[in-house]
Design a protein around this ligand. Structure first.
Ligand code: GLA
Length: 678
């Protein structure tokens, strides 16, 4: 296995080692329970508890009444037990008194329905009332606890965009118009960008523009695309307002907000710039035998968002969640394996929702580190056992891993791809990405996600499963990489439109035509349930969802359609530029993309040969120490042959050459450069 890594960083917080703990919604319990909780946290090796996430109503029972006494006692108690605190700003669930005084702050759907109080996340992101109240609470907390010795991290809000990603009320409309006037300056520029000459949609002034509420037919695509951009920015403005207060009052303590993995509504590239470090909430489904592949993909994104810096798994379920239709528990060992997987992909801490299982409320059937059954339960035994294992892995903190291959992810393109009235509604970003990612995962290749314009230095290949929206600059960026000797593999329906979602002149792939050496005459989507066959040097491959009438303009044809309307026409091409090559895959090959990527990446991208179901990554510390993570997701025990010797930190056993891993078992082998076998 190969894979370079950059140097180690300082820890995420002042707490040494890997963080371990969970959401502690202590306000649910009488204070007599807290003593037991603090004692049990210590027993489990918990190092950090996230406190106060939904405690707004308790902290501020009325507009000018504050109750911090209980939180003072809680922080003192936790500190006394050696548990650091990730203190929430508590702004994700505004209290009833605020909502009743200002019902206009409740969010409104596209159909005009105002969502009621009684759940959580019930606020309009553009509401000045909400933002002012959230900032006021944040300021009060920051001023009171800035010097508290328990405080190690600020937890801003909670899962921005969970439940409510957009609001269509009058305040949002005004904020949207302000955002548009900053973007376009004058309404004629907006008219041009939105193509309002079509369907008589011309605006005479910004005051005539509204959010894309429910309308008789398809909406204006650029209006919808700008709406997506605006909604991400509106929530980000809420976040930035809180972050600014924390930076002003308490700059010595880092702050983060918990992301929701690969989440369409928020452009996490932009968001990550405002985080001191990235944290993520991940809920892979135990019922899905491929859940670990999607989880790996999400964790690679979390690591990539801040250029490879360690991140924090802020929430996961110890066993079952309560919000799926059927909530399967994690069978013994799965919680441990999936936690180690996050570490394997760059996390420096493992946290859960939540510490103690609720007796009441919407999430009382959600698993917890301390289940309803208490310390006799299987869950508790696993909580304690895993805490001890994390202590044995403490030295991994700060080490890094870097991918060999870059995968391009652009939220603008994702949003634009999934707008209505396209040749096929089946072209969804995650469906296009997943098989490409899975092919690399199965091959044991670690990837980084990159956004257009990022440095591509050192990557052995760049993959773009889809780049529907691509600017001229984006195309130049890819061309520079290929002309420098790199290999690019570009997926179908790419290079279609510019930043305003106007179709590039001359046909797809627009600005990529010279680089790829192809032009698309017409998209040829494949009907639901149908498929076509492609003959390639890797054998016959099956295409579903999408094909294209493709013509070459200098590229060589590597694969052709065998049957159907496109029989004999190019399906996969390669355009050589010196030492570099630009591949184009003009159809959706699903899992068959693996064979083609093998061909494109060839021997330049190497990996440890692994049995099916085994995942391997290597983290490297600044002093050159490597941590080889080996995870067996399969149901049987496997034998591995390693190119290194060292010590399995989980068991303390020496490892040389061969290693047996049981079902759902893992090893974290520390190797020093001198211990690499010939
Ligand atoms: C999210 C929320 C938590 C909790 C969990 C349950 O991650 O942040 O408050 O609701 O889901 O899985």
């Amino acid at each position: 296995m190969t894979g370079s890594a950059s140097g180690a960083s300082a820890g995420l917080t002042r707490v040494p080692g890997l963080l371990y703990g969970g959401d502690y919604n202590a306000e649910q319990w009488g204070e007599h329970v807290w003593d037991e909780d603090a004692r049990l946290m210590r027993q489990a090796g918990v190092t950090m508890a996230t406190v106060g996430v939904f405690a707004w109503a308790r902290l501020q029972p009325a507009s000018d009444s504050w109750d911090f006494g209980w939180l003072d006692r809680l922080l003192d108690l936790l500190h006394g037990h050696g548990v650091a605190v990730d203190l929430a700003t508590a702004t994700a669930s505004p209290p009833a008194w605020l909502v009743r005084a200002h019902p206009e702050m409740l969010p409104v759907t596209a159909d005009g329905v105002r969502l009621e109080f009684g759940s959580r996340q019930h606020y309009c992101p553009s509401s000045a009332v909400y933002r002012a109240a959230a900032v006021r609470l944040t300021r009060a907390l920051a001023e009171r606890y800035r010097d508290h010795p328990a405080l190690a991290l600020w937890h801003i809000h909670n899962e921005y965009g969970d439940h409510v990603t957009e609001c269509f009320c009058a305040d949002s409309a005004a904020d949207f118009r302000r955002w548009l006037s900053e973007r376009y300056h004058d309404v004629e520029t907006l008219n041009h960008a939105w193509g309002t000459a079509f369907w008589s949609q011309r605006y005479a002034g910004f005051e005539e523009v509204e959010p894309p509420r429910a309308a008789p037919g398809p909406g204006n695509p650029t209006q919808l695309l700008d709406w997506r951009r605006f909604c991400s920015d509106a929530l980000l403005a809420c976040h930035r307002a809180e972050k600014a207060v924390l930076d002003e009052i308490c700059p010595q303590v880092p702050a983060t907000t918990n992301f929701m993995s690969m989440f369409k509504a928020l452009d996490y590239w932009e968001w990550a710039r405002h985080e001191d470090f990235v944290s993520d909430d991940a809920y892979p489904d135990p019922a899905d035998p491929r859940a670990h592949v999607t989880a790996a993909m999400n964790y690679d994104l979390m690591r990539s968002l801040k250029d490879g810096r360690p991140w924090l798994l802020m929430e996961q379920a110890p066993s079952a969640v309560s919000w799926r239709t059927v909530n399967l528990p994690k069978r013994p060992g799965l919680q441990r394996l999936w936690s180690l997987q996050a570490l394997a992909r760059g996390a420096d801490g493992i946290m859960y929702f939540q510490w103690r299982a609720s007796a009441a409320g919407a999430e009382k059937f959600h698993s917890a580190m301390l289940p309803h059954r208490g310390t006799a339960s299987r869950g508790w035994q696993e909580t304690v056992r895993f805490g001890a294992e994390l202590r044995r892995l403490a030295e991994v903190a700060g080490s890094r891993l870097r991918g060999q291959v870059a995968v391009v992810l652009d939220w603008d393109s994702w949003w634009a791809l999934e707008l209505d009235e396209h040749p096929s509604a089946r072209m969804r970003w995650l469906d296009l990405l997943r098989p490409w990612y899975a092919a690399l995962f199965e091959r044991g290749v670690t990837i980084d996600f990159v956004r257009p314009g990022a440095s591509l230095d050192g990557y052995r290949a760049v993959l773009a499963p889809n780049l529907y929206l691509l600017t001229e600059e984006g195309a130049h960026w890819l061309a520079r990489y290929v002309h420098g000797g790199g290999t690019l593999v570009c997926g179908p329906f790419s290079g279609i439109s510019d930043r305003d979602d106007h179709v590039h002149a001359g046909g797809p792939p627009g600005p990529l035509r010279p680089l790829l050496g192809v032009v698309v005459d017409e998209p040829w989507p494949i009907a639901d349930g149908a498929w076509t066959t492609v003959r390639s040097p890797s054998g016959e491959l099956r295409a579903t969802l999408w094909s294209e009438w493709l013509e070459t303009e200098g590229a060589e044809t590597l694969a052709r359609y065998v049957c159907g309307d496109l029989a004999g026409r190019p399906a996969v091409t390669r355009n050589v530029h010196g030492a570099g090559a630009a591949w184009y895959v003009g159809c959706h090959l699903g899992t068959d993309i693996a064979a083609l990527l093998d061909l494109a990446l060839g021997p330049t991208v190497t990996a440890l040969p692994l049995p099916p179901g085994v995942e391997a990554t290597r983290r490297r510390a600044g002093d050159g120490t490597d941590y080889l993570f080996l995870l067996n997701h399969g149901p049987d025990s496997v034998q591995l042959t390693l190119d290194a010797a060292g010590t399995d930190l989980l068991t303390g056993a020496a490892v040389a050459g061969r290693l047996t891993l049981g079902a759902l078992d893992a090893a974290v082998v520390r190797t020093h450069p001198t211990e690499v076998l010939p």
